[in-house]
Design a protein around this ligand. Structure first.
Ligand code: SIN
Length: 483
């Protein structure tokens, strides 16, 4: 377990000496302390990244790829310990912690391979005396700011393409889950990443604005890649305008999940269980609104309730638990507020609907997996992301009506639907206003797929062949006088 910042190839404390306690959400006990960094640490990290940039961008792509592959191998060698660390500081069940490590490594491996394929173009010139080329080059120093819900995967998905492209990185993991990110950086150091190419500072909720402002104000930082709330994403877009940084923003969602009357109901229940209850519902692509056709509504709810009622709630330390604690008190309070508001507006609790505290779920952060019926657009949970294990079910009667409801949100990250009707599947896939669509499928994430939203869910693509572009510029070179 690493508990210091890593700047310019050295592990160090925050310059002002501040420390930040990392808590286990299972019982709020203290796991470790990490640096509570300030603007001075953030600037030192940029100094190191800027100093390393000329060397790293000139390093042949094949060598960058070799280092990334070594990092990938080390991550996978440490899958059990890293998985346990994720579960310890984030709360997700052990099997999910291990799975997240493989998911994180898949981005490192993917971008190691993409590094060697960052081809440019030779453009047919309009006159014989010229050669025209489009060259791809790294944007420069990248700031990666990552969330707590996937402490390994989100940082890997940003750092790996940045390093593959020849950028150097300054990173700040979420205040709730810095330990996984620090451990990943320790493995990158072991893999032989040169000093200064990857730098990381941790900071408390109180000091995070100063760290981020230091990066926003610094013209040497050419790109910010952020995953988190839409409100913070909008602030980053406004504040980075002064130095016109490139941005990748993966922001909030409000995913619809639609079950048509011709759907395979068992498959739809399965897809919903997978997509909704992954990480206890703390995933930005989780279905937030479930629309079920009136004619299959009661059967679907009955099947779903049976599955949800059987989910095992408990700490990650209990190997059998399927739903862990929520990340912190603020998360629990939001879930409780949404459920209470829904009930006050006429929703019926089919399963769950309450906090749990007992001998197994012994801390204050557990919420029972919940199914609510008779949800309506008047409820807060229909327009805000709940980020917890709550399934609100809305009835609908026709396709045009449900499509309008699904799109009636400023967000546009993911959407899901279940139908056996081929023409409808393509109509919906085209008409849904979002960046990611699941057709008869609940598990969508993959390193080879472009992940991102539209509307107020952000812009920029992570993963896939497009993921490298976000860390590169295209430079036009025209050589004349050749005839
Ligand atoms: C997220 O919740 O931000 C990412 C989820 C994923 O990669 O599937």
């Amino acid at each position: 377990m690493q508990t210091q910042n890593y700047i310019g190839g050295r592990w160090c404390d925050a310059q002002a000496g501040g420390r930040l306690a990392v808590l286990n959400p299972a019982d709020d006990s203290r796991i470790a302390e990490v640096p509570d960094s300030t603007a001075a640490d953030a600037r030192a990290a940029v100094d190191a990244a800027q100093a390393a940039l000329p060397f790293w961008r000139a390093t042949p792509a094949k060598q960058r790829a070799t280092l990334l592959k070594r990092w990938n191998d080390l991550i996978l060698e440490h899958q059990d310990t890293l998985g346990a660390l994720i579960s310890l500081e984030q709360g997700k069940p052990l099997a999910e912690g291990r799975a997240e490590v493989a998911y994180a490594a898949s981005y490192v491996e993917w971008f190691a391979e993409e590094a060697t394929r960052a081809n440019g173009e030779v453009i047919p010139a309009p006159v014989a005396s010229r050669r025209m080329l489009a060259l791809r080059e790294p944007v420069g120093v990248v700031a990666a700011i990552t969330p707590w819900n996937f402490p390994a995967a989100m940082i890997a998905r940003k750092i790996a393409p940045a390093l593959a492209a020849g950028c150097t990185v300054v990173a700040k993991p979420a205040e709730d889950t810095p330990l996984t990110a620090l451990a990943l950086v320790a493995l990158a150091e072991q893999a032989g990443l040169p000093p200064g190419t990857l730098n990381i500072v941790s900071a408390s909720r109180e000091h995070t604005p100063a760290v981020v402002e230091a990066w926003l104000d610094d013209a040497r930082v050419r790109k910010i890649s952020f995953t988190g709330s839409t409100a913070v994403g909008k602030h980053l877009a406004r504040a980075s305008a002064a130095t016109l940084k490139k941005l990748s923003l993966e922001l909030g969602g409000n995913a619809p999940f639609i079950v048509f009357d011709d759907a395979d109901l068992d498959a739809a229940v399965e897809g919903l269980m997978v997509s909704k209850f992954r990480n206890g519902g703390q995933t930005c692509v989780c279905p937030n609104r479930v629309y079920v056709h009136s004619t299959v509504h009661d059967r679907f709810v009955e099947k779903l309730a049976t599955r949800v009622g059987a989910l095992k709630l408990g700490p990650a330390s209990d190997g059998g638990s399927q739903i862990g604690p929520m990340i912190n008190a603020r998360a629990i309070e939001k879930i409780e507020r949404h459920v209470n508001d829904a009930v006050a507006h006429g929703a019926k609790v089919v399963v769950g609907g309450r906090r749990v505290r007992n001998a197994v779920a012994a801390g204050p952060n557990y919420y029972a997996p919940t199914v609510l019926c008779d949800a309506t657009p008047a409820m807060a949970l229909s327009c805000e992301e709940t980020f917890g294990p709550v399934v609100p079910i809305f009835r609908f009667d026709d396709e045009a009506e449900v499509l309008a409801l699904a799109n009636d949100t400023p967000f546009g990250l993911a959407a899901y639907f279940y139908t056996q009707h081929m023409a409808r599947a393509w109509r919906l896939a085209d008409a849904l206003e979002c960046g990611i669509v699941g057709v008869n499928e609940g598990a969508l994430a993959a390193e080879a797929a472009p992940f991102s939203g539209v509307k107020e869910s952000g812009y920029g693509r992570e993963g896939s062949t497009h993921g490298l572009d976000d860390y590169m510029h295209t430079k036009y070179v025209c050589q004349g006088g050749l005839s």
